[in-house]
Write a protein that binds this ligand. Structure first.
Ligand code: ZN
Length: 324
């Protein structure tokens, strides 16, 4: 969400986290074992089915990625890795991971927008921080679909999927948070993490909270800002290059159209009011993957299979940028 409008609404937490997560895990473990058993018995080294399922279910990406998402992980497993730009015939995800290292030495920082715990910490996240051009809240709660699927859950899930894809290609990937802290980090720290990591590329992942009927994705590029601690003059150009490639990759992988309400159909927007961009000294963009408040976009955003495609699209754009 782009830090305007309904993003300040508190996010309802519909269910305790541990319950469905435990249930999902309990369901996944036997499924993974069954997958391996079938794989072992049949001994099929050519098919991507059993081995891909087993690798997906037992890896760190699939199990924790969508604890609150009903039934959509199946689709993500099927889609995982198959529509990407690398080795679809490769027998296993593990093989792909060790086999290609074209991004070795490259550092990517992924920023999952918001934090599921933010709404419980209003004092901390409402604290004003200096983003160069002005002061702003440390962080915000993010939006949610009308059915209560929070943006913060979406962003963390897509971020983990993207991390897996980039690590498979040899990149060093750092998340600004990984569901491992009660709130935040502040937008200032989100930028700082990318800067300190000397990231070759950084991306902040969001979904918007606009009016129903407003649909589609857009990539937000940093405008050239030179004010206080903010100086984006050196990164504005490379960030645009990164953003255009991510926009193209995302459109191709998801088949979804650019925003019909921001960017005039280009899928691109330029902003000078986002701390995460203003304070970045490395090439960085935001992506708003869709509008959580529109029912058709929400149907995509809540689908694990679609989120996998979204991650693949971002990965394609980032890889293209890093390879020049
Ligand atoms: Zn957001």
């Amino acid at each position: 969400m782009s830090y305007l409008g309904p993003e300040f609404e508190p996010v309802p937490q519909r269910r305790p986290r541990r319950g469905p997560f435990t249930v999902a895990l309990a369901a996944l473990v036997p499924a993974a074992l069954a997958g391996w058993l079938v794989y072992e018995v049949v001994g099929d080294s050519g098919g991507s089915g059993p081995s891909a399922q087993a690798a997906g279910a037992s890896g760190h990406s699939a199990a924790p990625s969508a604890p609150g998402d009903k039934g959509s992980d199946k689709g993500s497993d099927k889609g995982g890795g198959e529509s990407g730009d690398k080795g679809a015939g490769s027998p296993s995800a593990t093989g792909r991971k060790s086999g290609s290292g074209s991004l070795k030495g490259k550092v990517v920082v992924i920023d999952p927008g918001h934090n599921l715990g933010n709404f419980k910490h209003p004092t901390e996240i409402n604290r004003q921080v200096n983003i160069g051009t002005n002061s702003k809240e440390c962080d915000t709660t993010g939006t949610a679909t009308n059915a209560g699927y929070p943006e913060a859950r979406f962003t963390l899930d897509v971020s983990r999927r993207l991390r897996t894809l980039l690590e498979e290609q040899g990149a060093t990937v750092k998340l600004t948070h990984d569901g491992d802290r009660p709130w935040g980090p502040c937008v200032t720290e989100r930028a700082e993490i990318g800067n300190k990591a000397h990231a070759d590329a950084a991306i902040s992942i969001h979904a918007d909270g606009s009016a129903a009927g407003n649909r589609g994705f857009h990539v937000i590029l940093p405008g050239a800002v030179h004010d206080g601690a903010a100086d984006t003059r050196a990164i504005a150009g490379p960030s645009r290059d990164l953003g255009v490639r991510i926009k193209d990759g995302f459109a191709r992988a998801t088949g979804t159209a650019p925003s019909n309400y921001i960017g005039g159909g280009t899928g691109l927007d330029v902003r000078k009011d986002l701390g995460g961009l203003n304070l970045s000294t490395v090439p960085k963009v935001f992506i708003e993957c869709g509008n959580m408040r529109d029912s058709k976009d929400a149907a995509l955003l809540t689908s694990g299979a679609w989120r996998q495609k979204a991650a693949e699209g971002m990965s394609g754009g980032i890889v293209s940028f890093l390879r020049g």
